[in-house]
Design a protein around this ligand. Sequence first.
Ligand SMILES: NC(=O)C1=CN([C@@H]2O[C@H](COP(=O)(O)OP(=O)(O)OC[C@H]3O[C@@H](n4cnc5c(N)ncnc54)[C@H](O)[C@@H]3O)[C@@H](O)[C@H]2O)[C@@H](O)CC1
Ligand SMILES: [K+]
Length: 483
Amino acid sequence: MTFGSELTGREIAIVDANAAALGVTRKQLMESAGNAAAGVIRDVADADDRIEIVAGRGNNGGDALVAARFLGAYDCRITLLGDPDDIGTDIARENWDALERSTVETRTIGDSTAFDLSDPDVVVDAMLGTGISGALREPVATAADTINAADATVVSLDVPSGLDAAAGTLAEGAVRPDRVVTFHKPKPGLSDLDAPIEVADIGVPPGAEYFVERGDLLRLDRPADSHKGDFGEVLVIGGGPYTGAPALAAQSALRAGADLVRVAVPAAIADEVQGFSENLIVRPFDGTQLTAPAVDPLLDLAADHDSVVLGPGLGDAEATRSAVEDLLADFEGTAVVDADALRVVPDVETDASLICTPHRGEFERMGGRDATDWETRAEHVADLAAELGATLLVKGPADIISDGESTRVSRTGNPGMTVGGTGDVLAGVTGALAATLDPLPAASLGAYVTGRAGDLVVEENGYGLVATDLLDRVPTAMWSERP
Ligand SMILES: NC(=O)C1=CN([C@@H]2O[C@H](COP(=O)(O)OP(=O)(O)OC[C@H]3O[C@@H](n4cnc5c(N)ncnc54)[C@H](O)[C@@H]3O)[C@@H](O)[C@H]2O)[C@@H](O)CC1
Ligand SMILES: [K+]
């Protein structure tokens, strides 16, 4: 299991979009949800019972419209709260249209004063599901009061209307059901209810929570009222024997949306690094490579950033290795650790939250066990992540991401990306994402976005990709394919 045992509103949207990316449309899921709901309703209803289905204009209502088709043998009436023209989604509207052409009795009520129930035995509450926002508005509020006052068995679909599944709290006047049939997984707040809860399997494809897919992009948010600083400041520490790597990581962090990126490199190469781009803010430290005297000033600088990318181009000199060790030992923030800096991770005690980005060889040098198939390797990645207390992103044809508790697999990317420098791009992108997201989603999206950027390059140009090609595809991969 990769997501939690309960899904919040955003996670449901992610799983739903990932299911679509894996070939199972939301309409198919709605069909299964409606069918499962009808099964529970048949369970509570006698053959000659009168069933009132109260549907809202969102997909929660859509589920009930499907259920009504499966309940053709019953004396069943559907009430749509609001105007059919205002039905919020195509799939709910298609199901409404289908019902209207059928023999099922339908009516629409827009005005709360007109809401009534005709003494039903069973009421199906499908006014609001996980799409609720704020306090109950009319006509839902009055309908909920009427349903709560009715002498009928109330079955809520997915959640009782009025339960805010993001917060796990009940709005005032929420429906008080006798039974709940919830779809795919329990939602926060359901376990606090008195009513029995059934979880219906609606055919979400296995893998929708495991694979990192397009739906995961829904974790990215850039609201219109954003301020400078909301998307984080990133410090890249690298360079010495190599100059291009830290510059590439820093530019990638900028492309991935960080507000500000500083790149700390040895003074001897500062001009050369600056020469790669006028967008870079270079912060030199003394010397030709990272050594002990730079550690304290770098720790001070790092404390002012939301995340650090440590490693690109540092090289493997002994003095650098022990400086990296000292740096990590005293750092308490979030760091993406890449390249030669990875060597010290198994031996270092740190309070920092680390995201390590080894390729397979580096993973084995860190103590990870190899495997010929990626499913087994995924277990080994989880084992080492748990042992190290770090998040690992192990690069390969399928990137495996684990924090020891949850494991994800990203399948974007292509053989053209074995070229030098793509690892620096991944580290920079992940560093930018880690400035605002938790380590596991940051690393998962870092892998997905960098791989997808590489796929976009290859789709356009064919193979012969170089790492700098990825830079301007990073924003495209992040934003233009967001569901
Ligand atoms: N994987 C999924 O995401 C699936 C979701 N399904 C269903 O889809 C539901 C979510 O659908 P939607 O996202 O369309 O949202 P909902 O159907 O839960 O609610 C959206 C509607 O409620 C109105 N509304 C929101 N807050 C209100 C308030 N406080 N007072 C009165 N009206 C309010 C909105 O204007 C909108 O018309 C789930 O609960 C579930 O029943 C199922 O079809 C199966 C698959
Ligand atoms: K409901």
